[in-house]
Design a protein around this ligand. Structure first.
Ligand code: HEM
Length: 275
């Protein structure tokens, strides 16, 4: 659709554009609450032991594959950078998406963006080390899922940076949003599985080895489903008919409600114990 047609649709049906905007804002505010709780969990569980050097404290989370391993200096350093990077990138990512900060504090947006992208690279490469060198995986399909997540983080990060440097702001924003979705994959995984368990009143399709059908679906779905919904949103926003825009608004709102249930579950059953 041409720019003129798009503008005309926007003017004739402002409420569909508004519905999309409200749905996106509802999604973002809900995600911020959940991501900041995740940051608080990471800092209170891993921050103290990392700063004071009592690294065995990491293993209070008994669900880890390795965590702190006596004598494995390289692995422990990668793990420490992964945990501190997780807190930093999650916090920085939410700040990058606030439009008021982008408009009024451009220098902050640029520096925060550089920190975000550098941390994304360190997380993706460090994560690959934790999986393939340190053996942090249950099974090959799961290891391949998180490996694809790493590759997408590196590719989307490079594209978001390239468009920012060329001052192609519309394309930069699209790739930065895609980057945000794949960087949030680990967070979506925890929140998604908790939402699923609460809605089904139990771990349907899940096993202790993470090889149930829901485990396998969510290993890939944790970042591919948010990416797909984002793509629908971007298309509806740029050139969607009013019906498409209302449909995508309804989809984003429904997904946000499921996400809210998942955040509540993750807080109650995973994060709260360490806060
Ligand atoms: C960039 C976004 C990422 C974030 C925010 C993140 C966050 C985390 C967090 C918080 C943990 C500790 C588990 C917990 O307490 O819940 C963790 C563990 C782990 N992450 Fe990541 N991660 C990210 C990306 C990746 C990637 C891309 C990979 C693999 C390629 C990866 C591999 C691992 C592994 C193997 C562990 C377990 C380490 C162990 O049990 O010893 N992560 N991650």
């Amino acid at each position: 659709m041409s720019e003129t047609t798009h503008t005309r649709a926007h003017v004739q049906f402002p409420s569909s554009a508004l519905a999309l905007k409200y749905a996106a804002t509802f999604w973002f505010l809900t995600a911020v609450v959940g991501q900041w709780l995740f940051v608080a969990y990471i800092l209170s569980l891993y921050g103290g032991p990392t700063v004071t050097g009592h690294l065995e404290g990491w293993n209070r989370n008994t669900g880890l594959f390795n965590g702190h391993v006596v004598g494995d200096t390289t692995g422990n350093i990668v793990f420490a950078s992964h945990m501190m990077g997780a807190a930093l990138i999650t916090l920085a990512g939410t700040l990058q998406l606030v439009p008021q900060i982008r408009k009024r504090a451009r220098t902050f947006h640029r520096w925060n963006g550089r920190v975000y992208m550098a941390t994304a690279g360190i997380m993706a490469l460090g994560g690959l080390y934790l999986v393939w060198i340190r053996g942090g995986y249950f099974h090959i399909p799961g290891a391949l899922a998180i490996t694809l997540n790493s590759v997408l983080i590196l590719v989307f990060g490079a594209l978001a940076l390239r468009h920012a440097m060329r001052r192609n702001i519309a394309a930069h924003q699209r790739w930065a949003l895609r980057l945000f979705m794949v960087v949030s994959g680990v967070w979506f995984l925890g929140v998604g599985l908790m939402g699923w368990i609460i809605i089904n009143q139990g771990p349907v399709g899940m096993t202790d080895n993470m090889d149930g059908w829901v485990d396998l679906f969510s290993a890939y779905g944790s970042y591919l489903v948010p990416l797909a919904i984002l793509e629908l949103y971007l298309r509806a926003k740029a050139a969607g008919s009013p019906v498409q825009r209302y449909a995508v608004s309804a989809l984003v709102t429904a997904a946000t409600l499921v996400m809210a249930v998942g955040i509540f579950g993750a807080y109650m059953f995973m994060w709260k114990a360490y806060l």
